[in-house]
Ligand binder design. Structure first.
Ligand code: NDP
Length: 341
């Protein structure tokens, strides 16, 4: 059983050497005898997500945001898609395709099955359940509609727009009848946004001469009604000046700050007052009750060609550490995942 373990706690930018792929002899293909119902899952796809970075740091009791650290020498844990090999749990049978939280390893014994769910659309690519039909998709759906509440004709700006969450946000906002602009970190990503993902406009924030305000002003001269923020930092600060009265900032993620020793202040927060702008953070975990409705809607959009999915598939568990750290330099093009089988 090969697994990806954390070798040392991380400060600053993570490197592949902070992790290690180890081979262990604890291959379990059957649920051991005992009173606790459980399943053995063969993991097929590992989802790579920015939030894993937070769990690589050693947190202190009393930190502002409590986090459950990954344990040194043990497998990382995140969302995976897999196949049930054996089950003593009444809700799962061998052969079921499932999504849920699992260790980053080839075979996992899962005793806490509350976070394990059957896949209802096996006719779609299974890898989609790590992203567009997984937590990234639900994050986009809940963040946009429950927090951002866009109305037809409004303007929506999305940062990290070609990524797992951003690409879904933009396409859902188009379906809702909005004018949608995205920013991304390379010309290749910008082209994808405009040619494949139906964004009305997009720009490479790294090649705007550092003047993000001007870049936004040119593309959204009338201002922004909904900003879906995946990056925080300087982008959020500049963007706040461009919000329209009554606008909503969906605080989804702040990846530009995850590897810095401390968050830097957002100087332009003041303008939320005269413009009555609402800034609201949220966690996708609070919206899991929407998953059944979301899954059906999203599956139908994908089948109808209304949502195009771009995935960055890295093959082999040995490549997982290198893949994961690439999220923080923007190496991934689309939803990043590792295919194991
Ligand atoms: P992505 O697929 O978008 O990958 C991360 C991308 O972030 C990179 O490709 C890169 O794109 C961009 N990025 C990396 N470093 C920086 C930086 N220093 N400054 C600006 N951009 C950077 O990831 P996800 O779609 O999975 O996640 C997007 C955001 O959503 C993250 O902040 C994540 O933490 C958050 N999130 C929040 C959830 C919630 O419940 N609130 C749930 C899931 C995710 P580029 O090349 O365009 O810069």
């Amino acid at each position: 059983n090969r697994k990806v373990v954390l070798r040392r706690h991380v400060t600053g930018y993570p490197t592949a050497e902070d992790m290690e792929v180890v081979v262990t002899s604890d291959v379990r293909l059957r649920v051991p005898e005992g009173p606790t119902p459980a399943v053995v899952v063969k993991n097929l796809y590992l989802s790579c997500d920015p939030w894993m970075r937070g769990r690589m740091t050693k947190h202190d009791v009393g930190d502002a945001v409590p986090a459950e650290d990954f344990v040194l020498g043990e497998a990382l844990v995140n969302f995976t898609v897999g196949k049930v090999l054996d089950s003593t749990h009444p809700e799962f049978d061998a052969g079921d395709l499932v999504r849920g939280m699992s260790a980053w390893e080839e075979y996992t014994l899962i005793t806490q099955t509350e976070g394990l769910f059957k896949i209802n659309h096996p006719e779609l690519p299974l890898s989609h359940y790590t992203g567009v039909l997984g937590l990234a998709g639900l994050t986009a759906y809940a963040g946009l509609f429950e927090v951002g509440k866009p109305k037809q004709g409004e303007s929506v700006f999305v940062s990290a727009a070609s990524g797992a969450v951003g690409q879904v946000v933009g396409q859902l906002a188009k379906i809702a009848g909005c004018y949608v602009v995205g920013s991304a970190g390379s010309d290749e990503k910008v082209n994808l946004l405009k040619s494949k993902m139906g964004f009305d406009d997009a720009f490479n924030y790294k090649s705007e001469g550092g003047d993000l305000g001007a870049a936004l002003g040119r593309r959204l001269p009338g201002g922004i009604d909904v900003y879906f923020d995946n990056v925080g930092g300087a982008t959020l600060d500049v963007e706040l000046l461009r919000m329209r009265p009554g606008g909503r900032v969906v605080a989804c993620g702040m990846i530009s700050r995850y590897n810095l020793p401390e968050h830097q202040g957002v100087r332009n927060l003041w303008c939320t007052i005269p413009k009555r702008v609402r800034v609201e953070g949220f966690s996708c975990m609070d919206y899991h009750h929407l998953y059944p409705r979301f899954e059906e809607e999203m599956a139908s959009y994908i089948k109808a060609g209304k949502v195009t999915v771009v995935e960055d598939v890295v093959r082999g568990i040995d490549k997982a550490p290198e893949a994961l750290v690439g999220l923080f330099s923007g190496r991934n093009v689309g939803k990043l995942l590792v295919a194991l089988a």
